[in-house]
Design a protein around this ligand. Structure first.
Ligand code: FAD
Ligand code: SF4
Length: 495
């Protein structure tokens, strides 16, 4: 701890976002470039170096937060980088995208704003690349074992990097035309520019990891071929089977799944398409679903030039502060959070009928109605109580010529036949069953990430990939020195 009184003398200061009016006209990240470094040393100095650091407990990766806070406060960036990389393969992803359960668990958060842990993390991560410290770490020797990783999201990438560095020959298969999973085609550029992904992939290729894109395993490469070719297989295929909304009018033109819309917007940013075929430009947009995916649709629709954008959430508006009874410290609470996209919607008043920013709370959709051409024109909704019972006389209609369904995901996509061909079990939630070693019932076949945990977060995906890699290394060689930060049944802290 550089200054033992830092938490008493310095207030919390976050990395400032660019002005809304400026940033909605481009796709770059929302933060002011270069504005974090001058403030981050003092912010790191607010850390109390707690004897029992709850920030560390709250992070699935077990990030060594007090250690790197101290090192940043002392201006020892190289050592901070070393400690950060000790537990996290991709801190530039989590530093930008994680909802930071560590900050909810920070001891300082009991009676004042938490340490800006996520900002410290991203400052170190960016410094790592600026200084050229993310050098490839190829293995000293090869084990002769070959491993297939199916799926190139954060789970598959973390597992692949760990296994490659342990000396195995790793091939990552991806059905999309580019590597990255939801980091590539789900999460928009304004939340994380793809340059961060590309740089990491460059490092992984230099270490020896092999990538095969546009290969749908189960169809282009059968389960039998896969088992014959590889000593071990990791299914990191994500939970990409989206939830539907079978209501009258669902078939109308202009009603789409969020994950039909967001990948196209990302492909425009990649330069593959001149414009989004489902573009929100000049349209009244309604997003159904109050989560992260909905917020990503919101920010994207605003940038595409929508006339109006509303976001429907079936739950009541959360309180500004945590409920000390239901979700006491150090639990990550459900509170009202203003993401960058919501801030933009609020300032630009994109949803005149909203309760807050673009959001209409306690809103349940009844049906969609369209015009003679079969195109959606209105969304009819009703207000509901906590038990989702409609409030009498609360039905109303919103103009809508683009409706985006962001209702979450039910589990892994089975349309490729891979799960059935391997005769793998799914549990009651529809996700892959695995044992304490991340192993399925088929010898040599392991499962990790959203495919087995259910839809989750990038930080959990990286932790799953690291832990599954340790189990696979042990399976292949009889021992392992790879870290295993979580078990398959570990869950976030609850009250
Ligand atoms: C729009 C959106 C925004 C999100 N934003 C955030 C955020 O800001 N912060 C956060 O922490 N989390 C966020 N999440 C959640 C997070 O992205 C996921 O929890 C995480 O990506 C899961 O990682 P994964 O590697 O398990 O799966 P995925 O990232 O889904 O990757 C699985 C990959 O497997 C591939 N695949 C599937 N089947 C096959 C097959 N048969 N053959 C070959 N390849 C196959 C898929 O194409 C995909 O690329 C978001 C999710 C969505 C949908
Ligand atoms: S809980 Fe907060 S104050 Fe304590 S060590 Fe972690 S970041 Fe520092």
């Amino acid at each position: 701890m550089g200054d033992p009184k830092g938490f008493l003398t310095v207030g919390r200061e976050d990395w400032p976002r660019r002005p809304v009016e400026e940033r909605v006209h481009d796709w770059q990240e929302v933060y002011v470039p270069g504005a974090l470094l001058p403030i981050i040393g003092k912010q790191a100095d607010r850390c109390m170096d707690c004897g029992i650091p709850f920030c560390h407990q709250a992070c699935p990766l077990g990030n060594l937060i007090p250690e790197w806070n101290d090192l940043v406060a002392r201006d020892d960036w190289w050592a901070a980088a070393d400690r950060l990389h000790a537990t996290n393969n991709f801190p530039e992803f989590t530093g930008r995208l994680c909802p930071a359960p560590c900050e909810s668990g920070c001891v300082l958060a009991i009676n004042q704003p938490a340490v800006t842990i996520k900002n410290v993390e991203v400052a170190i991560a960016d410094r790592i690349w600026d200084e050229g410290w993310a050098v490839p770490q190829p293995p000293d020797r090869l084990t002769g074992k070959v491993v297939a990783v199916i799926g190139s999201g954060p789970t598959g990438l973390a597992a692949a990097q760990q296994l490659t560095r342990a000396g195995h020959t790793v091939v990552v298969y991806e059905r999309d035309d580019r590597i990255g999973g939801l980091l590539r085609y789900g999460i928009p550029e304004f939340k994380m520019e793809k340059v961060h992904l590309e740089r990491r992939l460059g490092q992984m290729k230099a270490e020896g990891t092999k990538f095969r894109t546009s290969v749908t395993v189960g169809r282009d490469l059968t389960a039998a071929e896969l088992r014959k070719r590889y000593d071990a297989i990791l299914l990191a295929t994500g939970a990409t089977a989206w939830r539907g909304l079978p209501l009258p009018g669902r078939e109308l033109d202009g009603v789409h799944q969020a994950m039909e819309y967001l990948p196209l917007a990302n492909k425009v940013c990649e330069g593959d398409l001149p414009a989004n075929p489902l573009s929100a430009k000049d349209r009244h947009v309604v997003i159904i679903g109050g989560g992260d995916t909905g917020a990503d649709c919101l920010g994207t629709a605003v940038r595409e030039g929508a006339v109006s954008v509303s976001q429907l959430d079936i739950y009541p508006q959360p309180a500004a502060d945590r409920d000390e009874q239901a979700e006491p410290w150090p639990v990550h609470p459900k509170i009202y959070r203003l993401s960058a996209a919501h801030e933009e919607a609020r300032d630009l008043a994109t949803a005149p009928q909203a309760d807050a920013d673009a959001r209409l709370f306690k809103a349940s959709t009844l049906r969609f109605t369209g015009d003679e051409q079969g195109r959606v024109r209105e969304l009819h909704l009703v207000e509901v109580d906590a038990e989702r019972r409609p409030r009498p006389d609360s039905e109303r209609a919103l103009r809508a010529d683009l409706v985006l369904l962001a209702l979450g995901f039910s589990g892994p996509d089975r349309s490729d036949g891979l799960i059935d061909a391997l005769a793998l079990d799914l549990d009651g939630r529809g996700v892959l069953v695995r044992d304490a070693e991340f192993a399925t019932k088929v010898p040599g076949v392991f499962a990790a990430g959203d495919a087995a945990r259910g839809q989750s977060l990038i930080v959990w995906a990286i932790a799953e990939g690291r832990a599954a890699a340790a189990s696979m290394d042990r399976y292949l060689t009889g021992r392992t020195t790879l870290p295993s930060p979580i078990g398959p049944t570990d869950r976030p802290l609850t009250a």
